[in-house]
Ligand binder design. Structure first.
Ligand SMILES: O=P(O)(O)OC[C@@H](O)[C@@H](O)c1c[nH]c2ccccc12
Length: 261
């Protein structure tokens, strides 16, 4: 069992739900990365998803695109992020999950990427433009380094494919709750609750819901049908506006969700 599975099963068996905040590495400068990770851990995050700035982030909405542009403008590179993570990792004990596209990984070199992730203490990778049919190009190397490839399913994924992906899944299954890109939303499709319950039935690993989640109410509602949530754009926005206490409030809203079942 790697750190993700270990720590998540501990929390879940205590009756807790999971909350994974996303941050863009290099937004605000790489100097703040370590303090932000430490703060998120202190606020109760179950793990942290770290985005790598990239010029063509096809799954990202405006908030994360802009955060990526800010990070690129101050010169952030994948190499710098990995070096910085290696320095700050000893301060953090929760799992760290890298979120990047295939192109920056290939430009950097798959082998070098995997070994540097291992040195930086990365526990999982989300690569949204890597379908299961293509994952052979990297999955064995990641697994060999003790890093889980986190697979995604969406509301348009056919049922048999969800099952196939869930069976292969490691760490947790990322369930995309919207038909579209990342970003804060006011409403979700009415069938979402049934969809999440269906994915949960297909999966023996934890199921987390992400995309469009930004309010304590949404956090509570969605986590009733699965094991927890991922929140990206809202966290990015709150860090930018220096509204740190709101981040704390949002993460704390996951607490007590099991009582509402
Ligand atoms: O920003 P949102 O709507 O809260 O969505 C999650 C999210 O940002 C993060 O998980 C993410 C950012 N970019 C991605 C690309 C693919 C999958 C997931 C992501």
């Amino acid at each position: 069992m790697n750190r993700i599975e270990q720590q998540f099963s501990k929390r879940l068996s205590n009756g807790e739900k999971l909350f994974i905040p996303y941050i863009m590495a290099g937004d605000g400068g790489l100097d703040v990365l370590g303090e932000r990770l430490a703060l998120l851990e202190e606020f109760g995050a179950s793990a942290i998803e770290i985005g790598i700035p990239f010029s063509d982030p096809v799954a990202d909405g405006p908030t994360i695109q802009k955060a990526g542009i800010r990070a690129l403008q101050v010169g952030t590179t994948l190499r710098d992020v990995l070096d910085e993570l290696k320095e700050v990792r000893p301060m953090i004990s929760i799992p760290l999950i890298m979120m990047t596209y295939m192109n920056p990984i290939m430009a950097y070199g798959i082998e070098k990427f995997v070994s540097k992730c291992k040195l930086a203490g990365i526990d999982g990778c989300i690569i949204p433009d890597l379908p299961i049919e293509e994952e052979g190009m990297i999955v064995d190397q990641l697994e060999g380094a003790g890093i889980e490839l986190i697979r995604l399913v969406t509301m348009t994924t056919p049922k048999d494919r969800i099952q196939k992906i869930a069976q292969k899944g490691r760490g947790f299954l990322y369930t995309v709750t919207v038909k579209g890109i990342t970003g804060v939303r006011n409403e979700f499709n009415g069938d979402l609750s049934a969809f999440l319950k269906g994915v949960k039935e297909s999966s023996s690993i934890p199921v987390l819901a992400g995309f469009g989640v930004s309010t304590p109410e949404q956090v509570k509602k969605l986590s009733r049908d699965c094991d927890g949530v991922v929140v990206g754009s809202k966290i990015v926005e709150l860090f930018k506006e220096e509204k740190v206490s709101e981040i704390k409030h949002l993460i704390h809203s996951i607490k007590g969700t099991e009582i509402m079942k």
